[in-house]
Design a protein around this ligand. Sequence first.
Ligand code: ASP
Length: 364
Amino acid sequence: MSHLETMRTVLVIYTGGTIGMTRDKVSGALVPLDFGQVAKHVPELAHAGIRVEAVSFDVPMDSSDVSPRHWRSLATTVAECYNRFDGFVILHGTDTMAYSASALSFMLEGLQKPVIFTGSQLPIGIPRTDGRENLLSALMLAAHQTDGASTIQEVAVYFGNHLLRGNRSHKESAQSLQAIVSPNFPALVEAGVDFMIETSTLWRTPPTADGLQLHPGMRQEVAWVSLYPGMPLDLLRQTLEWPDLRGVVLATYGSGNAPTSQVLKDLLQEANQRGVTLLNVTQCGHGGVHPELYATSHMLAGCGVIPGHDMTTEAALTKLMHVLALTDDQGQIRDMMTANLRGELTPQDRSRAEAHGPAGAAGL
Ligand code: ASP
């Protein structure tokens, strides 16, 4: 067998973002490049020992313009090309990368190959760019194998020397070169002189699943409501009264607390009875919802609000869109939203509740 035949093959899907931009010499503005021009800025690609093919969105886009239609197009491309490539790298703007990576993790069930998102804070065409390292390391991790199988078998994000689980990622900084973080789950890989692979963190498809299944559906009739002191309840009422509404991600205080307001309770109960799925996530940057801790969150549970555990808002929202597209059955929706489908949540740890004393007594 020739060297070329044994080479790992990776498909790069280029969507746009800062990584693929350069400064226009005349106007000074950032303008998008096509992937051929991007690759010219990374001559090391030719020596990486990986066969790289690329497809691009017709017009490279800022990720602020990305919508479920684009997630569907990305997931479909991966599914259609799945058997021909060992791994996939998606070049994507950082602004909504965590949403896209979360969405693809739900759309692609049973992955046994890597789908790695990357991008950069600085355009590839400028001297201090982080894009070159991000692209090269993402490609090498997409091609990486252990005992003849792909080392990474999930949707991930490579950024700032770390490979993170896609549905645990979050854009934390508009300034730092470590812009994307994973607040509630350790990095899968730390890239130093070597790739330090944390084998115990890697997601593996449960053995019963057979092959890759594409779930292109995403219900967009969902809302994200973040509570704040003094929030006019009419604002919430108007959202909850939207006739098409199917689900709401409620971003609450601390470990999942909301004001003890009878009006709020009535509004949530009424929406829940109309079949609107209500999901509780924390506004905090780290940690999750522990509905047993405070009486203020007992009220939410009593209204049928589902605990989102330690999911990021990005994962909660895209999981809700995905699950609502799969079923209308309220029991199944609750079961799937609380289950760990793709490594997006840590099932509730009883020990923390126990450490805080009996349910309902703590902190009041
Ligand atoms: N606005 C850009 C985008 O998300 C920012 C970036 O790529 O870093 O497409």
